[in-house]
Design a protein around this ligand. Structure first.
Ligand SMILES: Cc1cc2nc3c(=O)[nH]c(=O)nc-3n(C[C@H](O)[C@H](O)[C@H](O)COP(=O)(O)OP(=O)(O)OC[C@H]3O[C@@H](n4cnc5c(N)ncnc54)[C@H](O)[C@@H]3O)c2cc1C
Length: 410
Protein backbone atom coordinates (compact mmCIF):
# COMPACT_ATOMS: atom_id res chain seq x y z
CA UNK A 1 0.00 0.00 0.00
CA UNK A 2 1.37 3.47 -0.90
CA UNK A 3 2.26 5.70 2.07
CA UNK A 4 -0.27 8.45 2.77
CA UNK A 5 0.46 11.88 1.32
CA UNK A 6 2.14 14.05 3.98
CA UNK A 7 0.74 17.57 4.29
CA UNK A 8 2.22 20.26 6.54
CA UNK A 9 -0.04 23.23 7.32
CA UNK A 10 1.44 26.53 8.55
CA UNK A 11 -1.15 28.30 10.71
CA UNK A 12 -3.93 26.71 12.72
CA UNK A 13 -6.66 29.33 12.49
CA UNK A 14 -9.76 29.20 10.22
CA UNK A 15 -7.90 28.48 6.96
CA UNK A 16 -5.40 26.11 8.58
CA UNK A 17 -7.99 24.02 10.40
CA UNK A 18 -10.23 23.90 7.31
CA UNK A 19 -7.25 22.78 5.18
CA UNK A 20 -6.43 20.14 7.79
CA UNK A 21 -9.98 18.77 7.56
CA UNK A 22 -9.69 18.77 3.76
CA UNK A 23 -6.38 16.91 3.77
CA UNK A 24 -7.51 14.33 6.32
CA UNK A 25 -10.76 13.71 4.45
CA UNK A 26 -8.74 13.13 1.27
CA UNK A 27 -6.68 10.48 3.10
CA UNK A 28 -3.52 12.50 3.80
CA UNK A 29 -1.44 12.50 6.98
CA UNK A 30 -1.70 16.14 8.15
CA UNK A 31 0.39 18.13 10.64
CA UNK A 32 -0.62 21.70 11.60
CA UNK A 33 1.96 24.14 13.01
CA UNK A 34 0.37 26.99 14.97
CA UNK A 35 2.56 29.79 16.28
CA UNK A 36 0.23 30.70 19.13
CA UNK A 37 0.39 28.60 22.26
CA UNK A 38 -3.12 29.58 23.39
CA UNK A 39 -6.62 28.58 22.28
CA UNK A 40 -7.67 30.89 19.45
CA UNK A 41 -11.29 31.43 20.46
CA UNK A 42 -10.93 35.06 21.52
CA UNK A 43 -9.62 36.21 18.18
CA UNK A 44 -12.09 37.92 15.84
CA UNK A 45 -15.74 38.59 16.39
CA UNK A 46 -18.63 38.06 13.98
CA UNK A 47 -18.19 36.17 10.71
CA UNK A 48 -20.96 36.14 8.11
CA UNK A 49 -21.10 33.32 5.59
CA UNK A 50 -23.61 32.46 2.82
CA UNK A 51 -26.30 29.96 3.93
CA UNK A 52 -25.57 27.52 1.05
CA UNK A 53 -21.89 27.38 2.07
CA UNK A 54 -22.84 26.77 5.71
CA UNK A 55 -25.09 23.91 4.58
CA UNK A 56 -22.32 22.47 2.44
CA UNK A 57 -19.74 22.66 5.26
CA UNK A 58 -22.14 20.88 7.60
CA UNK A 59 -23.11 18.31 4.97
CA UNK A 60 -19.48 17.52 4.18
CA UNK A 61 -18.45 17.12 7.81
CA UNK A 62 -16.35 20.30 8.23
CA UNK A 63 -18.78 21.97 10.65
CA UNK A 64 -20.79 20.47 13.46
CA UNK A 65 -24.53 20.80 12.73
CA UNK A 66 -24.87 21.81 16.41
CA UNK A 67 -22.62 24.86 15.98
CA UNK A 68 -24.90 27.82 16.79
CA UNK A 69 -25.57 30.41 14.07
CA UNK A 70 -27.91 33.42 13.92
CA UNK A 71 -29.37 33.44 10.37
CA UNK A 72 -31.38 36.39 9.06
CA UNK A 73 -32.83 37.07 5.63
CA UNK A 74 -32.94 40.84 5.22
CA UNK A 75 -30.61 43.81 5.03
CA UNK A 76 -31.88 47.17 6.33
CA UNK A 77 -30.18 50.46 5.41
CA UNK A 78 -30.45 53.25 7.97
CA UNK A 79 -29.14 56.76 8.41
CA UNK A 80 -29.66 59.56 10.90
CA UNK A 81 -32.65 61.82 10.27
CA UNK A 82 -31.23 65.14 8.97
CA UNK A 83 -31.26 67.70 11.78
CA UNK A 84 -32.49 65.10 14.29
CA UNK A 85 -31.18 62.24 16.40
CA UNK A 86 -33.52 59.46 15.29
CA UNK A 87 -32.90 56.79 12.66
CA UNK A 88 -34.50 56.78 9.22
CA UNK A 89 -34.87 53.57 7.22
CA UNK A 90 -33.70 54.08 3.64
CA UNK A 91 -34.19 50.64 2.15
CA UNK A 92 -34.67 46.96 2.79
CA UNK A 93 -33.25 44.19 0.61
CA UNK A 94 -33.44 40.42 0.72
CA UNK A 95 -30.02 39.27 1.94
CA UNK A 96 -29.94 35.80 3.50
CA UNK A 97 -26.80 35.40 5.62
CA UNK A 98 -25.57 33.02 8.31
CA UNK A 99 -23.74 35.00 11.00
CA UNK A 100 -21.34 32.93 13.11
CA UNK A 101 -19.20 33.57 16.15
CA UNK A 102 -15.53 33.42 15.08
CA UNK A 103 -14.54 31.45 18.16
CA UNK A 104 -17.29 28.85 17.75
CA UNK A 105 -16.49 28.52 14.05
CA UNK A 106 -12.81 27.94 14.80
CA UNK A 107 -13.61 25.43 17.53
CA UNK A 108 -15.92 23.47 15.24
CA UNK A 109 -13.30 23.29 12.47
CA UNK A 110 -10.63 22.40 14.99
CA UNK A 111 -12.77 19.52 16.31
CA UNK A 112 -13.40 18.27 12.75
CA UNK A 113 -9.64 18.35 12.15
CA UNK A 114 -9.20 15.87 15.00
CA UNK A 115 -7.43 13.34 12.74
CA UNK A 116 -4.64 15.85 12.05
CA UNK A 117 -1.68 16.48 14.39
CA UNK A 118 -2.13 20.05 15.77
CA UNK A 119 1.08 21.51 17.20
CA UNK A 120 0.49 24.59 19.34
CA UNK A 121 3.22 27.10 20.13
CA UNK A 122 5.22 25.93 17.07
CA UNK A 123 6.18 28.85 14.83
CA UNK A 124 7.56 27.77 11.47
CA UNK A 125 10.81 29.59 10.88
CA UNK A 126 11.43 28.58 7.26
CA UNK A 127 10.25 26.45 4.36
CA UNK A 128 12.58 25.22 1.63
CA UNK A 129 12.46 22.70 -1.20
CA UNK A 130 14.65 19.58 -1.03
CA UNK A 131 16.17 17.76 -3.97
CA UNK A 132 13.28 15.26 -4.04
CA UNK A 133 10.79 18.09 -4.73
CA UNK A 134 9.35 17.99 -1.21
CA UNK A 135 8.94 21.04 1.04
CA UNK A 136 10.89 21.01 4.27
CA UNK A 137 9.41 22.87 7.24
CA UNK A 138 11.74 24.10 9.95
CA UNK A 139 10.44 24.71 13.47
CA UNK A 140 11.75 24.17 17.01
CA UNK A 141 11.08 20.45 16.35
CA UNK A 142 13.74 20.46 13.63
CA UNK A 143 13.31 19.87 9.88
CA UNK A 144 10.35 17.86 8.62
CA UNK A 145 9.68 17.04 4.92
CA UNK A 146 6.20 17.14 3.36
CA UNK A 147 4.75 16.33 -0.06
CA UNK A 148 2.55 19.43 0.18
CA UNK A 149 2.82 22.51 2.41
CA UNK A 150 -0.24 24.71 2.91
CA UNK A 151 0.56 28.32 3.84
CA UNK A 152 -2.40 29.33 6.02
CA UNK A 153 -0.37 31.88 7.94
CA UNK A 154 -2.73 34.83 7.57
CA UNK A 155 -2.60 38.32 6.07
CA UNK A 156 1.13 38.85 6.74
CA UNK A 157 1.97 35.40 5.33
CA UNK A 158 5.65 34.56 5.01
CA UNK A 159 4.67 31.61 2.79
CA UNK A 160 3.09 34.04 0.29
CA UNK A 161 6.51 35.68 -0.02
CA UNK A 162 7.92 32.39 -1.32
CA UNK A 163 5.41 32.40 -4.18
CA UNK A 164 5.40 36.15 -4.76
CA UNK A 165 8.58 37.74 -3.36
CA UNK A 166 8.20 41.40 -2.49
CA UNK A 167 4.41 41.47 -2.76
CA UNK A 168 3.00 43.94 -0.22
CA UNK A 169 -0.58 44.70 0.91
CA UNK A 170 -2.12 47.92 -0.43
CA UNK A 171 -3.58 50.01 2.38
CA UNK A 172 -7.01 51.62 2.05
CA UNK A 173 -7.29 55.24 3.22
CA UNK A 174 -9.57 54.34 6.15
CA UNK A 175 -9.86 51.87 8.99
CA UNK A 176 -12.37 49.57 10.62
CA UNK A 177 -13.49 49.33 14.22
CA UNK A 178 -14.74 45.86 14.97
CA UNK A 179 -16.56 44.80 18.11
CA UNK A 180 -18.81 42.24 19.75
CA UNK A 181 -20.80 43.43 22.72
CA UNK A 182 -23.22 41.75 25.12
CA UNK A 183 -26.88 42.25 24.30
CA UNK A 184 -27.31 44.02 27.62
CA UNK A 185 -26.12 47.08 25.64
CA UNK A 186 -29.50 46.98 23.85
CA UNK A 187 -31.57 47.02 27.03
CA UNK A 188 -33.81 50.06 26.70
CA UNK A 189 -33.60 49.95 22.89
CA UNK A 190 -36.39 47.48 22.01
CA UNK A 191 -36.90 48.84 18.49
CA UNK A 192 -33.25 48.30 17.54
CA UNK A 193 -33.24 44.83 19.11
CA UNK A 194 -36.41 43.89 17.27
CA UNK A 195 -34.88 45.04 13.97
CA UNK A 196 -31.71 43.01 14.58
CA UNK A 197 -33.68 39.84 15.32
CA UNK A 198 -34.77 39.70 11.68
CA UNK A 199 -32.18 41.70 9.76
CA UNK A 200 -28.64 42.91 9.56
CA UNK A 201 -28.23 46.65 9.52
CA UNK A 202 -26.08 49.03 7.49
CA UNK A 203 -25.92 52.50 9.04
CA UNK A 204 -24.65 55.19 6.64
CA UNK A 205 -23.04 58.37 7.95
CA UNK A 206 -20.94 61.13 6.35
CA UNK A 207 -17.52 59.54 5.78
CA UNK A 208 -18.43 55.88 6.17
CA UNK A 209 -20.86 53.29 7.43
CA UNK A 210 -21.33 50.67 10.12
CA UNK A 211 -22.62 47.11 9.89
CA UNK A 212 -24.53 45.62 12.85
CA UNK A 213 -25.79 42.06 13.29
CA UNK A 214 -26.42 39.48 15.98
CA UNK A 215 -24.15 36.48 16.38
CA UNK A 216 -24.38 33.49 18.71
CA UNK A 217 -22.65 34.08 22.03
CA UNK A 218 -20.27 31.67 23.65
CA UNK A 219 -21.31 29.72 26.76
CA UNK A 220 -20.37 32.73 28.94
CA UNK A 221 -22.23 35.42 26.99
CA UNK A 222 -25.97 35.05 27.76
CA UNK A 223 -27.30 37.50 30.33
CA UNK A 224 -31.01 36.89 29.75
CA UNK A 225 -31.79 40.61 30.06
CA UNK A 226 -33.10 41.08 26.53
CA UNK A 227 -34.95 37.82 25.97
CA UNK A 228 -33.06 37.34 22.68
CA UNK A 229 -31.28 34.19 23.75
CA UNK A 230 -27.55 33.80 23.91
CA UNK A 231 -26.51 36.45 21.39
CA UNK A 232 -23.88 39.16 21.00
CA UNK A 233 -24.14 42.27 18.89
CA UNK A 234 -21.31 42.29 16.35
CA UNK A 235 -20.37 45.42 14.47
CA UNK A 236 -17.83 46.74 11.99
CA UNK A 237 -17.65 50.51 11.50
CA UNK A 238 -15.62 51.92 8.61
CA UNK A 239 -14.31 55.48 8.51
CA UNK A 240 -11.31 57.69 9.08
CA UNK A 241 -10.13 59.11 12.36
CA UNK A 242 -9.06 62.76 12.16
CA UNK A 243 -5.35 63.51 12.29
CA UNK A 244 -4.15 63.62 15.87
CA UNK A 245 -7.10 61.61 17.25
CA UNK A 246 -6.27 58.32 18.89
CA UNK A 247 -7.85 55.82 16.49
CA UNK A 248 -8.93 53.28 19.13
CA UNK A 249 -11.18 55.41 21.36
CA UNK A 250 -12.28 57.68 18.48
CA UNK A 251 -15.14 55.35 17.51
CA UNK A 252 -17.24 56.48 20.48
CA UNK A 253 -16.89 60.13 19.42
CA UNK A 254 -17.68 59.29 15.81
CA UNK A 255 -20.83 57.42 16.84
CA UNK A 256 -21.92 60.28 19.10
CA UNK A 257 -21.47 62.82 16.34
CA UNK A 258 -23.01 60.94 13.41
CA UNK A 259 -25.19 58.03 14.55
CA UNK A 260 -28.84 58.11 15.53
CA UNK A 261 -28.90 58.52 19.33
CA UNK A 262 -29.93 54.93 20.07
CA UNK A 263 -27.11 53.44 17.97
CA UNK A 264 -24.54 55.83 19.45
CA UNK A 265 -25.70 54.77 22.91
CA UNK A 266 -25.36 51.07 22.00
CA UNK A 267 -21.78 51.57 20.77
CA UNK A 268 -20.92 53.62 23.88
CA UNK A 269 -22.34 50.96 26.20
CA UNK A 270 -20.10 48.34 24.61
CA UNK A 271 -17.18 50.16 26.21
CA UNK A 272 -13.73 50.61 24.75
CA UNK A 273 -12.56 47.14 25.62
CA UNK A 274 -15.12 45.62 23.21
CA UNK A 275 -13.61 47.30 20.15
CA UNK A 276 -10.53 46.56 18.09
CA UNK A 277 -9.30 48.99 15.47
CA UNK A 278 -7.67 47.57 12.33
CA UNK A 279 -6.15 49.17 9.23
CA UNK A 280 -7.87 48.05 6.02
CA UNK A 281 -5.71 46.68 3.20
CA UNK A 282 -5.84 44.17 0.39
CA UNK A 283 -3.41 41.93 -1.42
CA UNK A 284 -3.58 38.88 -3.63
CA UNK A 285 -1.02 36.36 -4.75
CA UNK A 286 -0.77 36.29 -8.56
CA UNK A 287 -0.94 32.46 -8.34
CA UNK A 288 -2.09 30.67 -5.18
CA UNK A 289 -0.09 27.43 -5.62
CA UNK A 290 3.20 26.26 -7.01
CA UNK A 291 3.89 22.63 -6.12
CA UNK A 292 4.70 21.70 -3.42
CA UNK A 293 3.39 25.00 -1.90
CA UNK A 294 -0.21 26.11 -1.72
CA UNK A 295 -1.78 29.21 -0.11
CA UNK A 296 -5.14 29.26 1.67
CA UNK A 297 -7.27 31.90 3.41
CA UNK A 298 -5.74 35.34 4.02
CA UNK A 299 -2.31 34.00 3.05
CA UNK A 300 -3.61 33.57 -0.52
CA UNK A 301 -5.23 36.99 -0.56
CA UNK A 302 -6.99 39.56 1.56
CA UNK A 303 -9.95 41.61 0.39
CA UNK A 304 -11.32 44.70 2.08
CA UNK A 305 -13.78 43.29 4.64
CA UNK A 306 -16.88 44.87 2.96
CA UNK A 307 -17.17 41.67 0.92
CA UNK A 308 -17.42 39.54 4.12
CA UNK A 309 -15.52 36.80 2.39
CA UNK A 310 -12.16 36.22 4.11
CA UNK A 311 -13.28 33.24 6.18
CA UNK A 312 -15.72 32.23 3.44
CA UNK A 313 -12.83 32.05 0.99
CA UNK A 314 -10.78 30.01 3.47
CA UNK A 315 -13.62 27.46 3.70
CA UNK A 316 -13.97 27.35 -0.07
CA UNK A 317 -10.20 26.93 -0.44
CA UNK A 318 -10.49 23.85 1.79
CA UNK A 319 -13.38 22.38 -0.21
CA UNK A 320 -11.38 22.92 -3.38
CA UNK A 321 -8.26 21.37 -1.83
CA UNK A 322 -10.17 18.25 -0.82
CA UNK A 323 -11.66 17.99 -4.29
CA UNK A 324 -8.36 18.35 -6.20
CA UNK A 325 -6.57 15.89 -3.90
CA UNK A 326 -9.31 13.33 -4.44
CA UNK A 327 -9.21 13.90 -8.21
CA UNK A 328 -5.46 13.12 -8.23
CA UNK A 329 -3.58 11.61 -9.91
CA UNK A 330 -0.62 13.19 -8.07
CA UNK A 331 -0.14 16.13 -5.68
CA UNK A 332 1.57 18.37 -8.25
CA UNK A 333 -1.35 18.06 -10.69
CA UNK A 334 -3.79 18.59 -7.83
CA UNK A 335 -2.04 21.82 -6.77
CA UNK A 336 -1.96 23.17 -10.33
CA UNK A 337 -5.69 22.54 -10.54
CA UNK A 338 -6.18 24.30 -7.19
CA UNK A 339 -4.25 27.32 -8.51
CA UNK A 340 -6.37 27.45 -11.66
CA UNK A 341 -9.63 27.37 -9.68
CA UNK A 342 -8.78 29.59 -6.70
CA UNK A 343 -6.54 32.34 -8.12
CA UNK A 344 -9.29 34.04 -10.14
CA UNK A 345 -11.81 33.85 -7.30
CA UNK A 346 -9.49 35.92 -5.07
CA UNK A 347 -8.82 38.52 -7.75
CA UNK A 348 -12.54 39.14 -8.33
CA UNK A 349 -13.10 39.72 -4.62
CA UNK A 350 -10.22 42.20 -4.28
CA UNK A 351 -11.69 44.32 -7.09
CA UNK A 352 -15.18 44.15 -5.62
CA UNK A 353 -13.87 45.07 -2.14
CA UNK A 354 -12.24 48.18 -3.58
CA UNK A 355 -15.42 49.25 -5.39
CA UNK A 356 -17.43 48.72 -2.21
CA UNK A 357 -14.87 50.65 -0.17
CA UNK A 358 -15.02 53.60 -2.55
CA UNK A 359 -18.82 53.66 -2.53
CA UNK A 360 -19.38 52.99 1.16
CA UNK A 361 -16.50 54.92 2.74
CA UNK A 362 -14.36 57.01 0.41
CA UNK A 363 -17.14 58.64 -1.65
CA UNK A 364 -20.33 57.99 0.31
CA UNK A 365 -23.64 59.12 -1.17
CA UNK A 366 -25.76 61.76 0.50
CA UNK A 367 -27.54 59.10 2.55
CA UNK A 368 -30.55 61.14 3.77
CA UNK A 369 -31.61 61.92 0.18
CA UNK A 370 -31.90 58.22 -0.66
CA UNK A 371 -34.86 55.85 -0.57
CA UNK A 372 -35.47 52.26 -1.68
CA UNK A 373 -35.07 52.89 -5.42
CA UNK A 374 -31.98 55.06 -5.04
CA UNK A 375 -30.25 52.49 -2.81
CA UNK A 376 -31.11 49.64 -5.19
CA UNK A 377 -29.91 51.50 -8.31
CA UNK A 378 -26.78 52.88 -6.60
CA UNK A 379 -25.67 49.51 -5.33
CA UNK A 380 -26.38 47.77 -8.60
CA UNK A 381 -23.87 50.25 -10.05
CA UNK A 382 -21.29 49.40 -7.37
CA UNK A 383 -21.65 45.70 -8.07
CA UNK A 384 -21.19 46.42 -11.81
CA UNK A 385 -22.55 43.03 -12.83
CA UNK A 386 -20.81 41.00 -10.12
CA UNK A 387 -23.23 38.80 -8.23
CA UNK A 388 -22.44 38.82 -4.51
CA UNK A 389 -24.16 36.86 -1.78
CA UNK A 390 -24.80 39.93 0.41
CA UNK A 391 -26.61 41.76 -2.38
CA UNK A 392 -29.19 39.44 -3.74
CA UNK A 393 -31.40 41.43 -6.09
CA UNK A 394 -34.69 42.47 -4.49
CA UNK A 395 -37.24 39.76 -5.22
CA UNK A 396 -34.70 37.28 -6.56
CA UNK A 397 -34.69 33.90 -4.84
CA UNK A 398 -31.52 32.58 -3.23
CA UNK A 399 -29.85 30.28 -5.71
CA UNK A 400 -28.91 26.86 -4.44
CA UNK A 401 -25.52 26.49 -6.03
CA UNK A 402 -23.56 23.30 -6.28
CA UNK A 403 -20.33 25.12 -7.13
CA UNK A 404 -18.79 26.45 -3.90
CA UNK A 405 -16.66 28.94 -5.79
CA UNK A 406 -19.85 30.59 -6.99
CA UNK A 407 -21.62 30.99 -3.63
CA UNK A 408 -19.74 34.24 -2.91
CA UNK A 409 -19.31 36.26 -6.07
CA UNK A 410 -19.29 35.71 -9.79
C1 LIG B 1 -13.65 43.85 10.25
C2 LIG B 1 -13.58 42.50 9.62
C3 LIG B 1 -14.76 41.82 9.34
C4 LIG B 1 -14.72 40.57 8.72
N1 LIG B 1 -15.89 39.95 8.46
C5 LIG B 1 -15.87 38.78 7.79
C6 LIG B 1 -17.09 38.13 7.46
O1 LIG B 1 -18.19 38.59 7.82
N2 LIG B 1 -17.03 36.98 6.72
C7 LIG B 1 -15.84 36.43 6.33
O2 LIG B 1 -15.86 35.41 5.66
N3 LIG B 1 -14.67 37.01 6.67
C8 LIG B 1 -14.65 38.18 7.38
N4 LIG B 1 -13.46 38.76 7.71
C9 LIG B 1 -12.19 38.13 7.30
C10 LIG B 1 -11.79 36.98 8.21
O3 LIG B 1 -11.80 37.38 9.56
C11 LIG B 1 -10.40 36.49 7.82
O4 LIG B 1 -10.28 36.44 6.42
C12 LIG B 1 -10.11 35.09 8.34
O5 LIG B 1 -10.31 35.03 9.72
C13 LIG B 1 -8.67 34.70 7.98
O6 LIG B 1 -8.37 33.44 8.50
P1 LIG B 1 -6.94 32.82 8.23
O7 LIG B 1 -6.95 31.50 8.92
O8 LIG B 1 -6.60 32.86 6.79
O9 LIG B 1 -5.90 33.81 8.92
P2 LIG B 1 -5.63 34.11 10.47
O10 LIG B 1 -6.85 33.98 11.28
O11 LIG B 1 -4.88 35.40 10.51
O12 LIG B 1 -4.66 32.94 10.91
C14 LIG B 1 -3.31 32.82 10.57
C15 LIG B 1 -2.70 31.88 11.59
O13 LIG B 1 -1.36 31.59 11.21
C16 LIG B 1 -0.54 31.57 12.38
N5 LIG B 1 0.83 31.82 11.93
C17 LIG B 1 1.33 32.92 11.30
N6 LIG B 1 2.63 32.75 11.05
C18 LIG B 1 2.96 31.52 11.49
C19 LIG B 1 4.18 30.77 11.51
N7 LIG B 1 5.32 31.26 11.01
N8 LIG B 1 4.17 29.53 12.05
C20 LIG B 1 3.02 28.99 12.56
N9 LIG B 1 1.83 29.67 12.58
C21 LIG B 1 1.82 30.91 12.06
C22 LIG B 1 -1.12 32.70 13.24
O14 LIG B 1 -0.76 32.55 14.60
C23 LIG B 1 -2.62 32.50 12.99
O15 LIG B 1 -3.22 31.63 13.92
C24 LIG B 1 -13.47 40.00 8.36
C25 LIG B 1 -12.27 40.66 8.67
C26 LIG B 1 -12.32 41.90 9.29
C27 LIG B 1 -11.02 42.60 9.61
Amino acid sequence: MAAALRIGVIGGSIAGCAAAVAGSRAGADVTVYERSGAELQDRGFGIVIPPPLHAEMVGSGYLDPAMPTAPVGTRVWLTREPGGRSARELARQPSPVTPCNWGLLWRSLRASAGAARYLRGQPVTSVRADTAGRAVITSARGEEPYDVVVGADGHASATRQLLAPGLRPEPAPYMVWRGAIPLGALAGHPRELDLLRGAWVTLGFPGGHGIFYLIPGGPQDGDGSTGAGNRLLAYAIYGRSPEGAEPGPYIQELAKEHFPAAWADIVARGGRGATACHPVADVRAPRVARPPLLLAGDAAGVTRPHTATGAVKALQDALCLERVLREGPDPATALERYAERRTAAGARLVELGRRMGRALVEEVPDWPTMGQDEVDVWFRGVLAGTWHYLYEEPGEAAEPDADPEATVAR
